[in-house]
Design a protein around this ligand. Structure first.
Ligand code: 4NP
Length: 160
């Protein structure tokens, strides 16, 4: 299972979603690759926002090594799911989808069966509490992904 989280700048929300899922999947013994990108190019090569790094550290997740990358056509075949932080990111993913793309597109929260809120709100112009809220949402997403893949693995075992 290869999951790519997508937000606007790839310095706040998608790196947090990536770091939290990587840690929780490893803890659960789930084999999956996790990455993140931004639809925009303003921060390419930059580390995650210092407030995102701090919010992750407060809850035991590592974000220091992250460097921002922009969405590329190959991402639509290199991953199974492209999971958007918000509705605008999802529209952009649909708009840039190349012919022959194999990855499926979804809102990250909907993929995790979270319908309220629908979007991971952008904390860029917010405060530390907004960043903490993103980490808590990312934990809910990670736990749902782990549950979903345990369920899928159990089903395919039964059908083998
Ligand atoms: P992100 O947050 O999409 O969660 O990484 C943002 C980061 C930077 C900007 C906007 C959102 N920006 O406008 O530079």
């Amino acid at each position: 299972m290869r999951i790519l989280f997508v937000c606007l700048g790839n310095i706040c929300r998608s790196p947090i979603l990536e770091a939290v899922l990587r840690e929780r999947a490893a803890r659960a013994g789930l084999v999956c690759t996790v990455a993140s990108v931004g639809t925009g190019n303003w921060h390419v090569g930059a580390p995650a926002d210092a407030r995102a790094v701090a919010a992750c550290a407060r809850r035991g997740y590592q974000l220091e090594a992250h460097r921002a990358r922009q969405l590329a056509p190959g991402d639509y075949t290199d991953h199974d799911w492209l999971l958007a932080a918000d509705a605008a990111n999802l529209v952009e993913l649909g708009r840039r989808r190349p012919a022959g793309a194999s990855a499926r597109l979804s809102l990250a929260l909907a993929y995790a069966d979270i319908l309220h809120p629908r979007d991971v709100a952008d904390p860029y112009y917010g405060d530390d509490a907004d960043f903490d809220r993103v980490v808590v949402l990312a934990e809910r997403v990670a736990d749902a992904v782990v549950r979903r893949h345990r369920h899928d693995a159990a089903l395919s075992e039964r059908m083998a």
